[in-house]
Design a protein around this ligand. Structure first.
Ligand SMILES: *[C@@H]1O[C@H](CO)[C@@H](O)[C@H](O)[C@H]1NC(C)=O
Ligand SMILES: *[C@@H]1O[C@H](CO)[C@@H](O)[C@H](O)[C@H]1NC(C)=O
Ligand SMILES: *[C@@H]1O[C@H](CO)[C@@H](O)[C@H](O)[C@H]1NC(C)=O
Length: 331
């Protein structure tokens, strides 16, 4: 009998060790300071679930930062999420129709400056915005690009409406919070005859019925210019000579934790069918002989480098040259 009880006790202890995750007080300390920084509250069960995910993310971040990489990772507002959750909430979940086998952009032969930054050329780039929990990255890439090309043409920098694109651009293969493409959104704006301002049609991060008012249209598209797929030099030509350029690429789990430096990945894919996020190239440069793009994201100003990131240029990294475009403004 005594033996049985001992066995039972040992089994119980083993079972407990296996079923309740053990966290060091240091893990909890890190998690609690992160929670207070990002203003999070959970009930008890959720607390342990999130603590576990956070601790795994933090381990991955620390491991990455201890290695020799061109970019660093850090904790951010997504640190309590798994990549699967992140993907479902923020990224394009279906393959997009970007297939410009022959784009309309005509490149010159250069020469091109070593670096370009449209944020420094004048008042041409609006502040970083935040898409929130909605797969509407494509609308932010679109407004960002149209805001810039319009400002370059007119000298006036307006904030334009993402919500109008979320609510109204379905006829051009766009799907509100479930994804779309900048090139298709530019087509919509062209045929719709205009896009309203941010103030006129504010962002809610939720799909609703279309409330476009033609008399309140503030920016217009004359023509949509696609850059031929995988022609990354075409993107350099456009950014160097003309304006910022919208592009899409594949976000993988390492990118979710990006903090600074030149992002470069060996796990992402590089083809048109795999892109799942759209952003805006506002310039390019080179650091320690690694060429990079300067990119405006739509995950708020706390993410990355004040909302921006750098990504390796010249290798179609993560498919970034798979589907890029910009509009010609009608002014
Ligand atoms: C640009 O590409 C999109 C698909 O991404 C396509 O629907 C559109 O027709 C193209 N526009 C032009 C002007 O080639
Ligand atoms: C791609 O284009 C086809 C044909 O126009 C359409 O049915 C499909 O929904 C599009 N896919 C996406 C993700 O927009
Ligand atoms: C994608 O990457 C592979 C492996 O590095 C390379 O062989 C291929 O040419 C790339 N394809 C494109 C379209 O960039």
């Amino acid at each position: 009998m005594a033996i049985h009880i001992t066995t039972l006790l040992i089994l119980t202890i083993l079972y407990c060790v296996e079923s309740t995750p053990l966290f060091s007080s240091e893990d909890e300390y890190h998690f609690k300071s992160w929670m207070s920084k990002y203003n999070r509250r959970y009930d008890l069960e959720e607390y342990y679930h999130r603590l576990q995910i956070f601790t795994e993310n933090k381990k991955m971040i620390d491991r990455h930062n201890a290695g020799n990489h061109k970019f660093t990772m850090g904790l951010n507002e997504f640190s309590d999420m798994t990549f699967a959750e992140f993907k479902k909430t923020f990224l394009l979940t279906e393959p997009q129709n970007c297939s410009a086998t022959k784009g309309g952009h005509v490149s010159t032969n250069g020469p091109y400056p070593d670096s370009v930054d449209w944020r420094e050329k004048g008042n041409y780039v609006t502040p970083v915005k935040n898409q929130g929990p909605c797969g509407s990255c494509w609308t932010f890439s679109t407004t960002g690009c149209l805001e810039s090309v319009t400002a370059i043409a007119t000298g006036k920098l307006l904030l334009l409406s993402e919500q109008q694109l979320v609510d109204c651009a379905q006829a051009f293969n766009n799907h509100g919070c479930n994804g779309g493409l900048p090139s298709q959104a530019f087509e919509y704006i062209k045929y719709n005859k205009g896009l309203m301002t941010e103030q006129g049609y504010p962002y809610t991060a939720q799909e609703a019925s279309c409330k476009f008012k033609p008399e309140m249209a503030a920016a217009f598209v004359k023509e949509v210019v696609n850059i031929t797929k995988y022609d990354e030099m075409g993107m350099v030509d456009a950014v160097a000579r003309l304006n910022p350029v919208s592009f899409a690429y594949e976000v993988t789990s390492d990118f979710m934790h990006y903090k600074d430096g030149v992002y470069s990945s060996t796990v992402c894919h590089n083809t048109t069918d795999m892109v799942n996020h759209a952003v805006l190239a506002v310039g390019y440069g080179e650091e320690n002989s690694t060429p990079y793009w300067i990119v405006k994201n739509s995950w708020g100003t706390y993410w990355g480098m004040n909302g921006y990131f750098l990504i390796e240029r010249g290798k179609n990294m993560c498919g970034l040259a798979a589907c890029s475009s910009y509009p010609l403004p009608l002014v």
